[in-house]
Write a protein that binds this ligand. Structure first.
Ligand code: PBG
Length: 322
């Protein structure tokens, strides 16, 4: 018999395609990143990220509520403080902008899961993710401040801590500090594999966190390295990270897949600002179909193995999926 294989049989109609579809996105997969700033009534659009804003706490509450209504029930917060200093003290001050925002959300929109990004770069005047001495980002003193920040975030009511500084040993330090303060139930989603990426450009405008000298290659990973990604993931897993994140997402699908196969904890991926901005910009020029490309990117990220996706498209996509 000379039968030819006919995979097209299962592609003939949308109904049959839906039946055999292997990867489905749901609003439950998404974490919505939000930038909170000082003031009242502030809703300042980021020029390189159309549809993304610096929000004062009152506006933030509206955004979180609206997200919840379309099924996006997890947010990750980035603080954009007015005052920055060399030690990033607003990151761990009880009345720092992020802590106030966490308290407000937990008071007003109770069932939303609030994840606190844990880093110093938005709070330091030099824009690096730790403290500096003689032009170097010091590791252990930075980790101490990050642990203090985690406790301040948990005290404000954060449901999860997401350390993103790429300092060595940050998961151990944060876990110990949380436990010592009675927060042993608060999970850690570690930015375990974070590359020194050009795709973060628009974020640095949004968070006003561009380094004032040098770059982040001394602590974030070299985009060329995959074995090293396994080592980073292993270290954070052993230190007690409850979830592992890979960032950026689309240029690193191989890494997402490898982390998924090797570690039995939830894997998250961050579709970062530059990934979002590229889609927005090409769509604005009429060069691509935005909705289609956004959906395809997010589906690819999930197909590669990320069950959780941090994305600026969270609300737009949730609308489209419902
Ligand atoms: C650092 C941090 C960054 C992002 C999330 N956390 C930026 C950086 O390392 O410069 C980038 C996210 C994005 O580009 O969307 N705290």
């Amino acid at each position: 018999m000379n039968l030819i294989e006919r995979p097209r049989r299962l592609r003939r109609t949308e109904t049959i395609r839906a039946l055999v579809r292997e990867t489905r996105l749901s609003p439950d997969d998404f974490v919505y990143p939000l930038f909170v700033c000082e003031g009242e009534g502030v809703r300042r659009e980021i020029s390189s990220m159309p549809g993304v804003f610096n929000l004062s706490i009152d506006e933030l509450l509206k955004e979180v509520e609206a997200a919840g209504k379309v099924g996006v029930r997890s947010v990750i917060l980035f603080g954009v403080p007015d005052k920055k200093d060399s030690a990033g003290s607003q990151a761990y001050s009880e009345d720092g902008i992020t802590q106030r925002a966490i308290r407000a959300i937990k008071r007003e929109v109770k069932d939303t899961l609030v994840i606190a990004d844990n880093c110093l770069c938005e709070y330091t005047d030099h824009g690096h993710c730790g403290v500096i001495e003689a032009g170097e980002v010091l590791n252990d003193p930075s980790v101490e401040l990050l642990a203090r920040t985690a406790v301040a975030q948990a005290e404000a009511g954060a449901d999860m801590i997401a350390p993103s500084s790429m300092m060595d040993g940050f998961v151990t330090a944060i876990r110990e500090a949380l436990d010592a303060s009675g927060f042993e139930q608060i999970p850690i989603m570690s930015y375990a594999v974070k590359y020194a990426s050009g795709f973060y450009g628009p974020f640095r405008e949004a968070a006003q966190s561009a380094p004032q000298f040098g770059d982040r290659r001394g602590y974030q990973m070299d985009p060329a390295n995959a074995r090293e990604a396994m080592r980073e993931a292993e270290l954070d897993y052993e230190q007690g990270a409850d979830m592992l994140m890979v960032k950026p997402a689309l240029p690193y699908l191989d890494i997402i897949r490898a982390v998924r196969e090797r570690f039995d904890v939830p894997v998250a991926a961050y579709q970062v600002s530059g990934e979002y901005a590229m889609i927005k910009a090409a769509a604005k020029l009429g060069w691509i179909d935005e909705e289609r490309v956004a959906l395809e990117s997010l589906t690819s990220i999930k197909r590669a193995g990320a069950g959780i996706i941090l994305t600026y498209y969270a609300v737009e996509m949730a609308n489209r999926l419902s």
